[in-house]
Design a protein around this ligand. Structure first.
Ligand SMILES: [Zn+2]
Length: 164
């Protein structure tokens, strides 16, 4: 959890509350009610955290039904060793999205109006004789050089972290 990338990812999944809880969970199989009783942490926050981890394949559970009360008890196991694999998948997805966006930005020409109603591709702007279909102002060429540069810098940065 000390790794800032890991920490950021965990905050995204389970929130700051969840990260705080995760740091206080005992090792081995756990029962949410027992952890709550032992630590005084809110049972609902513990459950929410565990189910969020489960959704992300970072925890699993087995259920046992109490034959007398019919209540289900969840016995949880954490699989934080899957974290790096999950991070790699997340990272690859993000890199792909940014690369596709860069490709889109560099292979198209964009037009916009002075009110910034929307961005129009050249083909679309030409169809309306370079008049904004929203506000009827003139459409003019939009320089996306800054955006292209930012996207391309981001990709370089991301690729550099892979090489580490
Ligand atoms: Zn407009």
């Amino acid at each position: 959890m000390d790794d800032p990338v890991v920490h950021q990812y965990m905050v995204k999944i389970i929130g700051e509350d969840g990260v705080a809880i995760l740091g206080r969970l005992p090792a081995g199989e756990i029962v949410d009610e027992v952890v709550s009783a032992d630590t005084g942490m809110d049972i609902n926050v513990i459950r929410k955290t565990l189910f969020k981890l489960y959704e992300n394949r970072l925890a699993s559970y087995r259920r046992e039904r109490n034959p007398e009360t019919g209540w289900l008890t969840y016995h949880w196991s954490l699989h934080l060793d899957n974290l790096y694999e999950r991070l790699d998948i997340e990272f690859a997805r993000l890199l792909k999205n940014i690369s596709e966006r860069l490709e889109f930005e560099t292979s198209n020409v964009f037009y916009t109006c002075k009110n910034n109603c929307a961005r129009f591709l050249f083909e679309v702007a030409a169809e309306t004789d370079f008049i904004c279909p929203v506000c009827c102002e003139e459409l003019f060429y939009q320089d996306n050089g800054g955006l292209v540069q930012r996207l391309s810098d981001r990709i370089t940065e991301m690729e550099a972290t892979i090489r580490k």
